[in-house]
Design a protein around this ligand. Structure first.
Ligand SMILES: O=C(O)CCC(=O)C(=O)O
Ligand SMILES: [Fe+2]
Length: 368
């Protein structure tokens, strides 16, 4: 394993003990769940396994943009330790987190994003807080709350397993689908390269029934993610919904031992739309969970900042006639992500924002 880079002043003492995290029970409500495929990543290294997984994934990444993975090499105990650390971070007085606020105004997500940064409707702000930890490499070092410093080796091991094992497997499968050399996408996602990849602790503070009505039950507007792949560790509080081709919303069921994965913008650009950066939103949980603060754990994979959004040279895309629209070719992936982060600070408009210019004349859509 690569040596852990320690930031100056990071204590090396044994971390203080943290209460075990207890995941809540699933909702009893039978919701309109999305039907998503599950990839068993333990099959990746068996002979012929990759090809089978790629075959299984093809429709999901092209038409749906969401799927589950299982057997990804992290135990529920290791995952729950991250939830436990995340809980400690959000249990701190807000002033402690604010000392490590991300420079959102310049499109930088590294650090704490306070509640209320996004205006969902005019005068109505969000209930989301995030603590984003970029890769622990010297160029991306920043100050952190003590609880993160104290548990840094464990957080880094977790983050590295995702970045150096799970993400490469998924990117290889996508390369197989696109009929490009298996390391094509991987080469743009090296751990030591500067990128916006991050591990995120996130919490949605519960709202009252009156608040939910005012907000039309919306916690987070329908959006696409900015980078290449998003991993959402199992979250038993139902709230995530994906938008299907016919414009209806389906709930994402939290299956034990799974991670929900979605395709994000950069993969869509690289494939001229063949891979679907799919629209999702977060809404108030069903009545038996609506009173609970919803803690989440996510990983956002994003390519090296200096790669561009130019589409890949892929035999599959050629056969499908999906080359050509090169509006995005000159845009750097890092600039795209920064512009989208910055755009989150824009004011809400009366009647709902439907479309917003990001960079290079390219627009994204938003949904209530
Ligand atoms: O909290 C969730 O379930 C999804 C959050 C999300 O879509 C995001 O942070 O981009
Ligand atoms: Fe998202």
């Amino acid at each position: 394993m690569t040596a852990v880079q320690r930031a100056p002043g990071v204590p090396t003492s044994t971390p203080k003990s943290i209460p075990k995290y207890q995941q809540v029970a699933e909702s009893k409500y039978e919701l309109d769940w999305a039907d998503l495929v599950t990839l068993d990543l333990s099959q990746f290294d068996v002979p012929g396994g990759k090809e089978k997984l790629a075959h299984q994934l093809r429709d999901a990444v092209h038409n749906v943009g969401f799927f589950y993975i299982t057997n990804f090499g992290l135990s529920q105990e290791e995952v729950d330790r991250q939830f436990a650390i995340g809980k400690q971070v959000f249990d701190l007085p807000v002033e402690d987190r604010l000392k490590h606020r991300a420079d959102l105004e310049h499109g930088n997500y590294n650090g704490y994003r306070p509640r209320g940064t996004i205006e969902l409707f005019p005068g109505l702000r969000d209930n989301v807080e995030m603590y984003n930890m970029f890769k622990f490499i010297p160029e991306l070092e920043r100050s952190q709350v003590d609880i993160v410093n104290e548990n840094r080796p464990e957080i880094e091991r977790f983050q590295r397993h995702i970045a150096e094992d799970i993400i490469p497997k998924l990117l290889s499968l996508i390369a197989i689908i696109l009929e490009v050399p298996e390391d094509t996408l991987l080469n743009a996602h090296k751990f030591d390269d500067v990128s916006e990849c991050h591990l995120r602790y996130i919490t949605y503070r519960a709202r009252t029934a009156e608040e939910n009505e005012k907000y039309q039950n919306l916690y987070s507007k329908g959006h696409t993610d900015f980078g290449s792949l998003t991993l959402l560790f199992r979250q038993p509080i139902a709230a995530l919904q994906i938008r299907t081709g016919d414009g209806t919303w389906k709930w994402v069921k939290p299956y034990p031992g799974s991670i929900t994965v979605n395709i994000a913008d950069v993969l869509q650009f690289w494939t001229n739309g063949y891979l679907k950066s799919s629209i999702h939103r977060v809404v108030a949980p069903p009545p038996d969970q609506a009173h609970l603060d919803r803690l989440g754990l996510m990983y956002f994979a994003r390519p090296s900042g200096d790669t561009t959004l130019k589409s890949l040279d892929s035999p599959l895309l050629k056969r499908l006639g999906l080359e050509g629209d090169e509006k995005a070719a000159g845009i750097k992936a890092g600039d795209w992500v920064k512009a989208r982060v910055k755009g989150n600070s824009d004011k809400a408009v009366e009647g709902g924002l439907k479309e917003k210019a990001v960079v290079g004349g390219i627009k994204v859509k938003y949904y209530d």
